[in-house]
Design a protein around this ligand. Structure first.
Ligand code: MN
Length: 259
């Protein structure tokens, strides 16, 4: 039996400590390839670069040796790997470990989730990992938790069948690897904070996107609730945006047959 092949990506860029930690934590599980953005591409969601070609170079230096660096988005990185550059189909795609939570509505904007989702869209099982707070505190513990989760998942969820997509958020704690894991649903955030207007050195107005809103729906069962209570949150995600429950109502309202 050939070794398992794992493709690892992220959205914080190839130099991010969370990527090196995730790669290190997966050593021994199989053959590992890394495709990651050259720059921090957090918040780029599923964007693909269509207006210019992409360059890929191989990183040198400690912790990143052999990483393939793509001057594009997280989705670009996984996309080019899966559509020809990697030369084989991986068994598993991992993304992260992200610098900060990807819970609730974050998952819509997240490049970390998108990199994993790109694998999922190509039929490859995928897991996105995030640390709940920025700053890389207790990153080693988060990486150990990621390893334990991958081992648990591989022992129970078959590879090679229907793909699946898991979103994992890990509290920044020294005991992260031994925290309870719970299966959650996405919570919801309040709308983002207002845009921040400033004036640049040439006297022109500039605008910063405001920070994400606080958790609005964070009750029991949500990812927010799990992490706030010292648990590792694991949320299975899907990609179907269809509002199935609303279809009959719209069909009646618009007088249209529901196909
Ligand atoms: Mn990020």
């Amino acid at each position: 039996m050939r070794a398992m092949r794992i493709l690892i990506a992220n959205d914080d860029g190839y130099l991010a400590p969370g990527l090196a930690a995730l790669v290190q934590a997966m050593q021994g599980l199989g053959e590992i390839d890394v495709f990651a953005p050259e720059q921090n591409a957090s918040g780029t969601s599923n964007a693909l670069t269509l207006s210019r070609p992409l360059n890929i170079f191989e990183a040198r230096g400690e912790h990143v040796r052999g990483f393939r660096v793509v001057n594009g988005t997280p989705s670009d990185s996984v996309h080019v790997a899966l559509t020809g550059v990697l030369g084989h189909r991986p068994d598993l795609v991992l993304s992260g470990i992200n610098n900060g939570a990807n819970m609730g509505d974050d998952t819509v904007y997240s490049g970390t989730v998108a990199a994993a989702m790109e694998g999922y869209l190509f039929g490859v099982p995928a897991i996105a990992f995030s640390q709940a707070e920025k700053g890389w505190a207790h990153l080693d513990a988060a990486a150990a938790a990621a390893r334990a989760i991958v081992e648990q998942v591989l022992a129970t969820a078959p590879l090679g069948g229907a793909p699946w997509l898991l979103n994992v958020n890990i509290p920044n704690r020294p005991d992260a690897a031994s925290l309870p894991r719970v299966l959650t649903r996405l919570g919801r955030r309040h709308a983002s904070e207002p845009v921040i207007r400033q004036v640049n050195p040439r006297g022109e107005p500039i605008y910063w996107i405001g920070p994400a809103g606080d958790a609005r729906e964070a009750g029991a069962g949500t990812d927010f609730h799990a992490v706030a209570n010292g648990r590792i949150s694991i949320t299975p995600l899907q990609v179907d945006l269809t509002d199935h429950a609303a279809r009959p109502g719209w069909a009646a309202r618009l007088g249209l047959p529901s196909e």
